[in-house]
Write a new protein. Sequence first.
Length: 226
Amino acid sequence: MNKVGMMWSLVDTECFGTLTFWKMGESYEDTERVAKLDFEQRISRLLTDKESKVFIVGTDDGELQIIPREVVLDKKPLGESHYRNKLLGGRMVGLAWMVEGKVLAISGADNFLRLFDMSSLKVVGGGSLNKRLEGSTLSTMEVDQTGSRIFFGTSKGTVMCYRVNTENFQPAFLYTISLGSGVLAGTPVTALSFSHENVFVGCGSQVLVYNVAGTKDPKNVYFFGI
């Protein structure tokens, strides 16, 4: 991925995660590695802001780490400027901006949503989603392009949509998308992505596209195999 003249990459192994930073040149020969950070746990989620001032890491044990840009580029040791806290009771499955640069949406395999304020470094909203999950677990999460709705993929092949009030940061359930009763029934949702009024749902070897312009009854408009 390219971000403000740098390329950062994620290497995920069985034992640890490595975050590598590259300086982009005009050609492949001019590209050089400028920094590398190793983590004790596998990295499950990675996020940055528009100007890459901070790099936000979520790990398999539910830990959130916020690393300032200068720590990386100046090769400073991780210290007081490096925020680190175990927020979740399981693997982090979702990390996205609810309000760009200000509020993070964080979800984990413990089936909780946490809305995290970047200025106070505190959880300011969210809650348990177990009531609507009906025995399944969260598998992925994304915030739509308006920053007002959060979509959660589950381990049993459904997608739940919640609207979030940005004043009190409390989620309100809108609807559940069922991916059908055929071959995809019960297959975990592995990826979510947005384009205009559509959400792309990755499930097994299929990608399904739903129109989610309204507040209920999303329509399946397309699907294709990969």
